[in-house]
Design a protein around this ligand. Structure first.
Ligand SMILES: NC(=O)c1ccc[n+]([C@@H]2O[C@H](COP(=O)([O-])OP(=O)(O)OC[C@H]3O[C@@H](n4cnc5c(N)ncnc54)[C@H](OP(=O)(O)O)[C@@H]3O)[C@@H](O)[C@H]2O)c1
Length: 281
């Protein structure tokens, strides 16, 4: 697995750090140290959103990144309820204040709401021109939404699409990943451990992950991340609030699975028929 890939001429780590519920950690000093440990270990892609803890996750990340802002590829998201032109700009400025920075590496529409896409795109372009964001993208956009958005923007504008992707939820493999490859859009896998439903060690699937992990002196979570990031334009953002977990996840940066291992994992967690919508949480 390559450690980094290009997104709008800036590199981001293939494995990053999520921050949903990071502000709920029992020990916030420990959560801050975990993020910093992740940065040290190369997990430089850091994901947050104004929604997380009502801004508290951004505030915590602002503390974690003090003096180290430029080491990170920092991403935040605007809620669809704030996606009008003026409110997108205001929401971005509030995120910047909480994050104690003057720019975001990418800013995403969290999911599609009622606001016409043209209006949000106009705000994103203005934020980009003013240097407050370096790129922009979307989240939870299915292929039909992307086609509509792409008809407005053309090529080279949409940096990424952040979508649900884990071993037991592989819907994006039907069509979305290929569509994004064709349009040079990075796919960001959120909830790569299923949020809180990673296969139990005692299950047959959990045992398979452990067996494969043992061959590489790796962990089952590292194997899962390596599997999810096997396509060249897919990166993943596991959330971890403890140093042990962060370091474990960083170990996936250097893990390359064989084609045989990939086939065994794909068979153990089979691609289900397309449900007819894009699953999200
Ligand atoms: N765009 C969207 O709509 C959307 C939706 C959901 C999530 N996201 C983003 O994606 C990120 C990740 O998703 P998620 O937070 O839902 O869940 P996740 O990353 O799938 O799982 C997080 C859970 O896994 C645990 N964990 C992490 N690394 C571990 C390891 N190496 N070994 C054992 N346990 C480990 C964490 O524990 P500890 O915290 O105790 O370390 C936490 O309980 C979010 O934080 C957020 O930034 C985006």
């Amino acid at each position: 697995m390559k450690q980094v890939q290009l997104l709008f001429k800036k590199t981001l780590s293939r494995i990053g750090q999520g921050s949903w519920y990071l502000d709920s950690a029992a020990d916030s000093a420990q959560a801050i140290r975990a993020v910093q440990t992740g940065l040290d270990a190369g997990l430089t892609h850091i994901d947050t959103a104004e929604m997380y803890g009502d801004g508290m996750a951004e505030t915590l990340l602002g503390e974690a990144l003090l003096g180290r802002r430029d080491e990170a590829f920092l991403v935040s998201k605007v809620l669809p309820s704030n996606a009008r032109y003026d409110t997108t700009i205001a929401a971005c400025e509030q995120s910047l204040r909480r994050l104690q920075t003057d720019y975001l590496d990418s800013y995403l529409l969290h999911w599609r709401g009622q606001v016409p896409l043209e209006e949000t795109v106009e705000a994103m372009e203005m934020l980009q021109q003013s240097g407050k964001i370096r790129s922009w993208g979307v989240s939870n956009f299915d292929v039909d939404d992307l086609i509509e958005l792409h008809a407005i923007t053309g090529d080279g504008k949409i940096a990424c699409n952040q979508v649900l992707y884990h071993l037991e939820e592989r819907t994006i493999e039907h069509e979305l990943i290929d569509w994004c490859v064709a349009h040079d859009i990075t796919v960001v896998a959120y909830s790569p451990f299923g949020h809180a439903q990673f296969p139990l060690e005692s299950s047959a699937e959990g045992q398979l992950l452990r067996d494969i992990a043992q061959q590489y002196d790796a962990s089952a979570r590292q194997v899962a991340l390596a599997f999810l990031c096997r396509s060249k334009n897919v990166v993943a953002i596991p959330k971890a609030s403890t140093m042990r977990h962060v370091l474990d996840n960083a170990g996936a940066l250097d893990l390359h699975l064989s084609q045989d291992d990939i086939a065994r994992i794909a068979a153990a967690f089979p691609l289900q028929p397309h449900p007819g919508y894009l699953p999200m949480i």
